[in-house]
Design a protein around this ligand. Structure first.
Ligand code: 2AL
Length: 164
């Protein structure tokens, strides 16, 4: 799809075209309402600006659509396929790394009460494990900000990949 096609779609159709980027209807609707975009850069910058307004509620809502690192996504929709592809580096991780990620996820959920979220595309399993361990040392406020930054990165990568 080109930005021009996105500009010209009906509002409902435009929402459907970007629905896989993040499970937050408010962001999807706001981006669609901000059309027309003069370029892909304009579109991506607006998507980024709108994502900078996310808070804790948005984070917990959006997290429902993200499987744990190292766990298979549920269902066979577009989001599940995207997660599987983003997490490609852990698919063939050895048992030791998989177990370390599993234990890290448990510790993170006990400490912060939500799933550990990280932009997986472009990161190895070892890098994600190191980040998990580092972020376990964050205070809750700092960690919420890091998780929101990761959610924004994942969303913007998905948005970028939606367009030619
Ligand atoms: C994910 C996911 O599904 N894709 C990604 O980049 N990160 N999940 C997660 N728990 O961080």
């Amino acid at each position: 799809m080109t930005p021009e096609q996105f500009n010209q779609a009906t509002a409902d159709e435009a929402c459907r075209l970007i629905a896989h980027c993040v499970a937050l209807e408010s962001w999807i609707k706001a981006l669609v309402a901000a059309r027309p975009f003069s370029s892909l850069d304009d579109l991506l910058q607006t998507g980024d600006r709108l994502a900078r307004g996310w808070d804790e509620r948005a984070l917990s809502q959006a997290l429902a659509a993200h499987p744990r690192i190292g766990e298979k996504a549920q269902g066979n929709g577009k989001e599940a396929r995207l997660s599987t592809s983003e997490q490609g580096s852990v698919k063939h991780a050895d048992d030791e790394l998989k177990e370390a990620l599993r234990l890290g996820n448990v510790a993170y959920e006990q400490r912060f009460g939500r799933v550990f979220l990280i932009r997986a595309k472009g990161r190895s399993g070892e890098e994600m494990l190191a980040e998990l361990h580092r972020r376990l040392g964050n205070d809750p406020q700092r960690e919420q900000q890091e998780a929101l930054d990761q959610l924004r990165e994942i969303t913007l990568l998905r948005l970028r990949d939606t367009f030619q």
